[in-house]
Design a protein around this ligand. Structure first.
Ligand code: F6P
Length: 344
């Protein structure tokens, strides 16, 4: 059995932990693994090399991915299908493991339909992939958000300011909700719930009136605020993917707050800091179990599935079903409950 292993899409902490466990478990069953460089781009360009135990020693704690990554879609190239199939055949690959997010899985499904065996491992700091409680990278991202809110609280307190923290997440507010809850944000704004700016300003006034001189608001990049132009809302990157960062939701909100209140507002955009650095223990552990799960699936000849984590266990979910039901949005009951803690 020869496995092609790639990491694809936006990087995140925990990818290396998954690579490491795939290799260690594969070797136990005597499977060969070839590393595909920079996701689907590496398969298209035939950039592959054998990957052994030595290469995965001492990488557990490293952020990013030793295999490199890209947001490349081979099916957007005129010769994409041919090159992918030729390179799979040339390298004698029997199954491809993709550690990726929704866009990478879209490509994986198309490859599977060509008759190639696929195993998907979900990574996404946004935690927006359906049928899994957890995606690799999410815990590290929310921990970074929490840490930044802790830091911003001290300066907000000193200056009696409203601090706005803009986080990632695309259409799903998981990072804002969980990072904001952990950091004790005084308001959490997510794309799933329409923002009521008037009400928010009232809440800021009420907090001030009760003697709390500062506030921290976390806003997700995917929130739509009044008067955002069509151009901004539809801005795309080179690969045709929506640029949510172009919305500058933090800045837009700060302008409204300064217009409707007499509070001073400052914005911190956390950006790619949320994808950097050392993975948390939780990310390392889940990534490790998902990597093992992927190899167990191959041993049992279960293909075209995603390795999911649900209620403390590993499950195999049909990959097409995952895409049908994604993105996984925030549970609104959880969001409502979080509001209880806004004024503390
Ligand atoms: O999908 C993860 C994500 O981090 C999004 O939240 C964000 O909009 C996007 O990636 C940024 O992508 P890039 O690295 O291409 O700027």
């Amino acid at each position: 059995m020869k496995i092609g292993l790639m990491t694809s899409g936006g990087d995140c902490p925990g990818m290396n932990a998954a690579i490491r466990s795939v290799i260690v478990k594969a070797k136990k069953y005597g499977f060969d693994v070839v590393g595909i460089k920079r996701g689907w781009m590496g398969l298209y360009n035939d950039q592959l090399s054998e990957i052994n135990l030595d290469e995965v020693s001492n990488i557990l704690h490293l952020g990013g991915t030793i295999l490199g990554t890209s947001r490349f879609d081979p099916f957007k190239q005129p010769d994409g299908t041919k090159k992918i199939l030729d390179n799979i055949e040339k390298n004698k690959i029997n199954v491809i493991i993709v550690i990726g997010g929704r866009d990478s899985f879209e490509v994986a499904v198309k490859v599977a339909r060509l008759g190639i065996n696929i195993i998907a491992i979900p990574k996404a700091i946004n935690n927006d992939i359906a049928h899994t409680d957890y995606c690799i990278g999410f815990d590290s991202a929310r921990a970074i958000v929490c840490d930044c809110i802790d830091k911003l609280c001290t300066t907000a307190f000193s200056h009696h300011r409203v601090m706005i923290v803009e986080c990632m997440g695309r259409d799903a507010g998981w990072i804002a909700l969980m990072g904001g809850l952990a950091g004790g944000a005084n308001a959490i704004l997510i794309p799933e719930v329409k923002t009521d700016i008037e009400l928010l300003c009232k809440q800021l006034h009420n907090r001030r009136a009760s003697g709390k001189m500062f506030s921290v608001i976390i806003i997700s990049e995917g929130v739509v605020l009044p008067n955002m132009s069509k151009n901004i809302l539809e801005s795309k990157d080179k690969s045709g993917r929506m640029r949510y960062d172009r919305r500058n939701t933090g800045e837009a909100l700060a302008r409204y707050i300064e217009e409707y209140t007499d509070f001073e507002a400052r914005v911190t955009v956390l950006g790619h800091l949320q994808r950097g650095g050392t993975p948390t223990a939780y990310d390392r552990i889940i990534a490790t179990y998902m990597g093992i799960g992927a190899i167990n699936a191959i041993k049992d000849r279960i293909f075209n599935i995603m390795v999911a984590y649900q209620s403390n266990d590993i499950y195999y979910i049909d990959l097409e079903d995952v895409l049908l039901n994604s993105p996984k949005l925030v549970d609104l009951a959880l969001y409502e409950e979080a509001k209880l803690l806004y004024d503390i």
